[in-house]
Design a protein. Sequence first.
Length: 224
Amino acid sequence: MWSGCAAGVMSLLAGVDYTMSLIAFYASASYFTKVGSKQKKDLEEDFKPGTRSVFTCSVGGQRTILQVFSNCGIGFILSLLIVLFPEMDPTSKYALRISYICHYCVCNGDTWASELGSIYGGVPRLVTSLAKVPPGTNGGLTPLGLLVSFLGGSFVSVVFHLTVGLTGAAPVFSNIFNAFLVGGFFGFTGSMVRPLSVMNRNRLTPSWEPPCSPRFILRRYTKL
């Protein structure tokens, strides 16, 4: 809870556009986390409805610093830099702004894919060999999961772009279509990286791994 509040306060200090992007991620991801609780319970032995948070990725009430850091830590640091250095050169500020929004596009796209693709996507196929695997298998992809990952990333970037237009802040995207495509690309990329990063190369593990698990965090932010 405190981690989410800290990220929210720092985003608000950075600007309304950052805050709305964070709200778009938190609200949509929280909603889809609760969708299909019964089906997720059948896939996940330790799943408890209402205990998983998109900020802490707590499963069964267990939380770690790395789990908190993956979803709100990066955004907090980026918004902190924007607040501390308001007079930075335009190129550096643009880089921070696009990094902030793309970070939450990745988080949201991966969350939508994980929460919806695993229960409504049908039989997934393994990302490395395209072999059919049981739902919930690490490394499994479904067409629905890939589609909603694109839409999840686009949702955050479009909200950001629309807010920028209303507040008169410096634009990041040239138009709403550009925002839709860029956000969707990073949301889609996030959902593709997660299966590769959480796969057990020696055997398939039919269990859900949070997109902000320590192993996923370390691999995602060292490879991208």
